[in-house]
Design a protein around this ligand. Structure first.
Ligand SMILES: [Zn+2]
Length: 298
């Protein structure tokens, strides 16, 4: 009797295995759910962050329903770091990495906004459509926004703890104009150099057509607290940082102090991944969002 039962089980198992083989080609990718914000380190409800930070991050200039005085938003942005510094990235060992084009940090965008006061709150790095964009440090996905009706287009935002980025602040890296929404869920832990999206030109531009380019920005705060209200990520008492300053090894990091530095100190040694995925320097905790192409001929 026992032997008969064993034989039956073996037959049953064999038939299950065959059934599994048949459906294998149509297996769907595993669905990974977002982690609820409340379960993420540092998350606080939006009402705890306040309107000033909402105006700083541009919650009101994205074409949403709400509106705010554009001049007031620009004043807050300037007080909180959106000021030209003159920093330029110099890729370590003379590497040839994709560069910021004419759309530099904190330039006046009033002309581009039909006379409405505005600043460029990031840098643009053109790359061919579909080029992978790399996480600039280890971090957590804290924002994913389709931004269907504003200039930013498809966006992902990462949060980096002081230990992850090797800085004394909590920092946030923002990547916009992406080709499609990243499959990474909210709460996903990403490693420095991991692909977090692909380059494109999403985001409304009126009649003009934007070139394919990553818009890259950095925010920072001494507080670990942040929120996501469904439209933007807002760090408590946050500031903008010149994205090039993010690669500095020592203070200052605030734009006002950076702007006052002597010219030679504004050449900023900038780490990156090689085309083979090797960090340069080897111990860096922060990299440029695109890898180097090849070494420049000298
Ligand atoms: Zn931009």
């Amino acid at each position: 009797m026992r032997i008969l039962l064993i034989c039956l089980s073996v037959l049953l198992l064999a038939s299950f295995a065959r059934g599994g083989e048949k459906i294998e080609p149509q297996q769907a990718a595993p669905v990974v759910d977002d982690i609820p914000f409340e379960n993420l380190d540092g998350f606080v409800p939006p009402e705890q962050i306040g309107d000033e930070i909402a105006k700083m991050v541009g919650k009101y200039d994205g074409g949403g329903k709400e509106d705010a005085d554009a001049g007031e938003c620009v004043r807050i942005q300037q007080e909180r770091g959106v000021v030209q510094t003159g920093l330029t990235p110099v890729f370590i060992d003379g590497a040839d990495c994709p560069e910021i084009d004419s759309e530099k940090w904190a330039i006046d965008y009033t002309g581009k906004r039909e006379g409405r006061p505005a600043l460029h709150k990031g840098v643009d790095i053109p790359q061919p459509r579909g080029t992978p964009i790399l996480a600039v440090a280890d971090g957590t996905v804290v924002g994913k926004f389709p931004n269907r009706h504003n200039r930013k287009g498809i966006e992902i935002m990462l949060r980096h703890t002081p230990a992850q980025a090797g800085l004394k602040y909590w920092t946030y890296s923002q990547y916009t104009h992406l080709r499609e929404m990243s499959p990474l869920p909210i709460g996903a832990q990403v490693k420095m150099g991991q692909e977090i999206g692909k380059t494109a030109n999403t985001g409304s531009m009126g009649k003009r057509v934007r070139r394919d380019a990553l818009h890259f920005a950095i925010l920072y705060s001494e507080s670990p607290d942040w929120t996501n209200d469904g439209k933007v990520v807002m760090p408590r008492d946050g500031y903008f940082m010149d994205p090039v300053a993010f690669y500095r090894l020592e203070p200052p990091y605030d734009s006002q102090a950076l702007a006052k530095m002597p010219r030679e100190k504004k050449q900023t040694p900038t780490p990156y991944l090689t085309a083979d995925g090797i960090p340069v320097p080897a111990d860096t905790k922060r990299i440029w969002p695109f890898p180097a192409c090849a070494k420049k001929k000298r």
